[in-house]
Ligand binder design. Structure first.
Ligand SMILES: *Cc1c(COP(=O)(O)O)cnc(C)c1O
Length: 372
């Protein structure tokens, strides 16, 4: 069976060694030494002054929304994982969907401005599939209208824009360290900001608003993470360069095999690096997409329809018209991509796609030899 993704697991000894320390200290959670070490390492790697390790990427979004005091309407992208929208609704905000750029699949800055009303308090955008948003255009609009900006960077670990971490943009950036993400701590996430006051707020929120054992400042929640999760993160962190290199190699192999097949890849934002977090392809129609999924499933290959349906179609939001996002969502497919995926498996997947395509087109014979 070839799934769309498989979590990376570090050598078990590395994890065991860190866990042995947890047994010695008997300190399991509440900002223990491994959590603090992970935060320090992440700040170094991601070039961040402030970062908090939290329960997951969804809580990270909720902490960010709260810390910025977003209320009323928040302009957001319809093309992302459901947590981008559900976290807004959970925090009592109304998501207002700006359509996407059909080439990058990220929120289209030029669609944002027309949706701003006196009730708009912020913008929540996703660097979808690790592809950087047009952060400059978004910031320019936000500045002009006094709006806060949150970036859902769940897919964007390790991505830089103009030489700076993508997490340095906006008022707050979040990341998810879920097992399916490029860098993971089994479950986990982070919030990052340049503003020490926002950091202080999120830090208070993260542990119930405690300022000491017996005093509180405001309402908080439990957004902490454990020493075991931090241990997994520390063990994984050492392998990030190899993980990205491996994904890059496999992605290039997909590129080679699929050249000539008329699927499109999302266009990368100029000036941004890429982390090869996903391998999404846009098929020509939903019919073709379904044919390809069936063909792959018959051979025990399970790609995923990330992200379908478009979030503006959820039954708990106002269904704003987002034709470009609906169209992309109807024919996007993420092909398997993970560290242990072999070159032969990529070849098999591509041969299955090309063969299915040939049956449907039924005309000229496809050259299935490996392109040079
Ligand atoms: C995974 C993901 C999240 C949620 O992260 P969790 O750690 O699973 O809570 C949020 N936004 C996007 C875009 C995601 O892909």
């Amino acid at each position: 069976m070839i799934p769309v993704t498989k979590p990376f697991l570090p050598p078990k000894e590395d994890f065991d060694q860190l866990v042995a320390g947890i047994w010695q200290r008997n300190w399991l959670t509440n900002e223990g030494p491994l959590s603090s070490k992970l935060e320090l390492e992440l700040k170094k790697i991601l070039g961040q002054e402030h970062l908090l390790f939290v329960t997951n990427g969804t809580i990270a979004l909720q902490l960010a929304i709260r810390a910025l005091g977003l209320t009323g309407e928040v302009i957001t992208t319809p093309f992302s994982y459901v947590a981008t929208t559900s976290s807004l609704v959970w925090e009592g905000c109304e998501p207002v969907f700006a359509d996407i750029d059909p080439l990058t699949l990220n929120i289209d800055p030029s669609a944002i401005e027309a949706l701003i009303t006196p009730r708009t308090s912020g913008i929540l955008a996703t660097h979808v599939f690790g592809n950087s948003c047009d952060v400059e255009a978004i910031q320019e609009i936000a500045d002009r209208h006094g709006l806060k900006v949150i970036y859902d960077g769940a897919h964007a670990f390790g991505v830089n824009y103009k030489g700076e971490s993508i997490f340095s943009y906006g008022d707050i950036s979040t990341c998810s360290f879920h097992a399916t993400k490029l860098f993971h701590t089994i479950e986990g996430g982070a919030v990052m900001t340049k503003d020490p006051e926002l950091l202080r707020k999120m830090s208070l929120f993260r542990s119930f608003g405690h300022t000491s054992a017996t005093s509180f400042e405001g309402v908080g929640i439990n957004g902490k993470n454990s020493e075991f999760h931090a241990a997994m993160g520390l063990a994984n962190l050492n392998h990030i360069p190899q993980i990205i290199a491996r994904r890059k190699k496999l992605s290039k192999l997909y590129d080679k095999w699929l050249q000539g097949f008329d699927c499109k890849l999302p266009r990368k934002q100029e000036g941004a690096t890429y982390n090869y977090a996903y391998y999404p392809i846009l098929l020509s129609s939903e019919k073709e997409l379904k044919g390809i999924i069936d063909a792959l499933n018959r051979s025990d290959v399970y790609p995923r329809r990330y992200f379908y349906p478009s979030l503006s179609q959820l039954d708990y939001v106002n269904n704003w018209p987002t034709p470009r996002a609906d169209d992309a969502a109807s024919r996007i497919l993420c092909l398997p991509l993970y560290h242990e995926l072999s070159e032969e498996e990529v070849e098999l997947i591509c041969r299955l796609i090309l063969r299915e395509k040939r049956y449907k087109v039924g005309s000229k014979k496809l050259n299935l030899k490996m392109p040079a």
